[in-house]
Design a protein around this ligand. Structure first.
Ligand code: RUQ
Ligand code: CUA
Length: 654
């Protein structure tokens, strides 16, 4: 995405602003008090958690602010050798899809759960862009606990965004695609306008437990849906989607999707859609998608395939969808903390339009329309407009808010952040970023109650900011103090993967709610061991189950014989520890998989098919005590068909 976005401005802008990605005066000096503002003394905690998308590495990282320290990398649409995620038998189903096991995706956006439009930080949601999925991470365990695949979608970029009480997580398709059965989908690409469809999925979230379910899908014209934001407070009940390629081009979009002067923000009255669904107006359509859930009690994921989705065509109901003209190929669309203003950031536009929710409602009531798309009204730009921010800079992408009446917009092409007054639309400050900035993140920034104080810019191009590391350089995050009138750059830190969006919230919301260990008596894994006396080995045909315990600092059993080449060996390891921060690892020579890293009170399974005769050591990978290096064992592998008797020693029984 790096250099491509820089060029995306199309021929005209590319010529006019070539080289515009690197601002002048790039070596700006940081004043002396900056260091003390980000200094978190040894033993002290950061004030905010920030959950940062990993982009093409498929993970989320957890970063403390203001220090910029990375606290954790958590696998979402990725495998993670560090803890065996996607390698253990229990976690593999989390990455199942209707296409089979997919261990990677491109994660762009984070949504932190809210109640009354304020962060409650119970869950973090993330999108898979490539093979459309939405994940939910539990913020008491920092574990991915649910992944739902999105049918009838291609390029799940306009997601996940949430409504103010986390009633719904939405997923809008970036690439429209033909839907329906095989013959409906096997069409010529140049029949795009007739046969391709956009879809917006509304995924309900259970209030208590967070479980997701696709409540309904809205059909939409075959535009590209880029980003979205829910209305809040006065605009609660509405959702706003930015669209581009309303030209409906299917080739050379760089030019062909930049023809029109204005694209649209699609406003959706989802409360209305909900009413129609409740009244039975949805139509069941056959689809195929996976729904994967992690069960905290069995420490195991299950995957089921669903075959139906409820679809609603807003063309049949004249009061669900309205289009607001918006210049020009808008990327971000953002709603301010009051819910009154809707900001569209046209990548190729010279101004930033700010729309008024109140005016939109009036325009709808007065039928102040300039046309329609498939029968769905297009509102008049002037009727909905609150005003335009003049000369903001070049290439506006995303806007965040500080809760004090100001908006901050990232300018990709001119590499700067512009601060402006939401009421008066006056630009009050601007600072350079190093370099081309994508998303911004202010703690609480997208909610009804921003915490202000800091802003992080996630930049696409790093150039000379860090020690070089070969052809690919670390992406950069830059932390600004926004507590005063002027934005002040404080810190520059490298990121994991390519962050797109991030959300930050006060650490106090979750830090005392962290799960410290899993209670052994509540472990319902079918292969759990409740004590070392149960440690054993059992053969079942060519399958061998090794029931293993780990506790500082031994494995039971630790000497195992009678296993043969060609056997399928399952290590079911239960970590018997009941104390915070004492995982044990398990690694076996020659196993074609990652290690296991088993949390206290948890059971996990590693599968191994030994391919040769010999003695195979296994050991604990996590330095768990002074006798960690003693935490080891041996397995003897005999030739296939040999009759070495099954034998194991647990220390207890002998
Ligand atoms: S994107 S840099 Cu959110 Cu994928 Cu805007
Ligand atoms: Cu257990 Cu090292």
């Amino acid at each position: 995405m790096k250099t491509k976005l820089c060029l995306m401005a199309g021929a005209a802008i590319a010529v006019a602003f070539a080289g515009g990605c690197k601002p002048k005066g790039a070596q700006t000096v940081i004043s002396g008090d900056a260091a003390s503002k980000v200094y978190v003394a040894p033993g002290q905690h950061d004030e905010f958690y920030s959950i940062v998308s990993g982009g093409f590495n498929g993970q989320m990282s957890v970063v403390g602010l203001p220090s910029g320290r990375v606290l954790k990398i958590l696998p979402v649409f990725s495998v993670h050798p560090e803890n065996g995620w996607g390698f253990s038998e229990e976690s593999k189903p989390m990455l199942n899809t209707s296409h089979g096991f997919i261990p990677w995706d491109d994660l762009h956006h984070i949504a932190i759960s809210t109640t009354n439009a304020e962060h409650d930080a119970r869950w973090a949601f993330g999108n898979a862009n490539n093979t459309p999925r939405i994940a939910r991470v539990d913020l008491t365990t920092f574990k991915t606990v649910e992944i739902i695949e999105i049918p009838n979608s291609g390029g799940n970029h306009s997601s996940p965004f949430i409504t103010e009480n986390t009633e719904y997580v939405i997923a809008g398709t970036r690439f429209s695609v033909p839907t329906g059965d095989d013959k409906d989908r096997d069409v010529a690409i140049d029949t795009y306008k007739e046969n391709f469809r956009g879809t917006i999925s509304f995924i309900s979230v259970d209030k208590e437990h967070g479980d997701m379910d696709i409540a309904f899908q809205l059909e939409a014209p075959p535009f590209n849906f880029d980003l979205a934001r829910a209305g809040k407070k006065k605009s609660h009940g509405w959702f706003f989607f930015s669209t581009y390629n309303t030209e409906m081009a299917h080739t050379l979009l760089e030019v062909n999707a930049s023809q029109k002067d204005k694209d649209f923000i699609m406003a959706v009255n989802w409360k209305k859609a909900e009413e129609y669904i409740a009244a039975g107006k949805g139509k069941k359509v056959p689809v195929k998608y996976a729904h994967n859930k992690w069960d905290e009690s069995t420490h195991t994921a299950t995957s089921s395939i669903r075959t139906e989705v409820l679809s609603l065509n807003p063309r049949d109901f004249k009061d669900i969808v309205y289009f607001i003209p918006c210049p020009k190929s808008p990327h971000g669309t953002d709603t301010d903390p009051t819910g009154e203003y809707i900001i569209g950031s046209g990548k190729l536009a010279a101004i930033i339009p700010v729309f008024s929710f109140t005016k939109m409602i009036a325009a709808i009531e007065n039928e102040d329309f300039e046309g329609n798309i498939d029968g769905m009204p297009v509102l008049k730009y002037e009727s909905v407009l609150h005003g335009e921010v003049e000369k903001p800079g070049l290439g506006p992408l995303h806007t965040e808010f500080d809760g004090k009446g100001f908006a901050y917009t990232s300018m990709f092409v001119s590499s700067e952040i512009v601060k402006w007054n939401i009421e008066t639309l006056e630009v009050v400050d601007r600072v350079p970023t190093f370099y081309s900035v994508g998303h911004l993140s202010i703690p609480g920034g997208p909610t009804g109650k921003p915490h202000g104080k800091y802003m992080v810019a996630y930049n696409k191009i790093t150039k000379d900011r860090y020690l070089p590391t070969g052809p690919e350089l670390a992406h950069s995050a830059q932390l600004y103090d926004i507590s005063g009138d002027k934005m002040q750059l404080l810190l520059d830190f490298p990121t994991i993967g390519e962050p797109h969006y991030a959300e930050a919230f006060p650490a106090s919301l979750i830090k005392d709610k962290q799960v410290k260990f899993y209670k052994l008596e509540e472990n319902n894994h079918p292969h759990v061991l409740k004590g070392i006396k149960d440690a054993r080995v059992e053969r079942d045909g060519n399958k061998v189950h090794i029931y293993l315990t780990s506790i500082r600092s031994n494995f039971r059993p630790d000497n195992i014989e009678g296993i043969k080449v060609g056997d399928e060996v399952y290590f079911h390891m239960t970590n018997l520890e009941q104390d915070w921060d004492v995982p044990h690892g398990l690694a076996i020579k020659g196993a074609n998989t990652a290690e296991l890293l088993v949390m206290p009170g948890e059971t996990a399974t590693l599968k191994w098919t030994p391919d040769r005769v010999g003695i195979f050591p296994f050991y604990c990978t996590d330095f768990c005590s002074a006798l960690h290096q003693e935490m080891q064992g041996y397995i003897r592998i005999s030739p296939a068909g040999s009759n070495t008797p099954l034998k194991f020693s647990t220390g207890a029984a002998e």
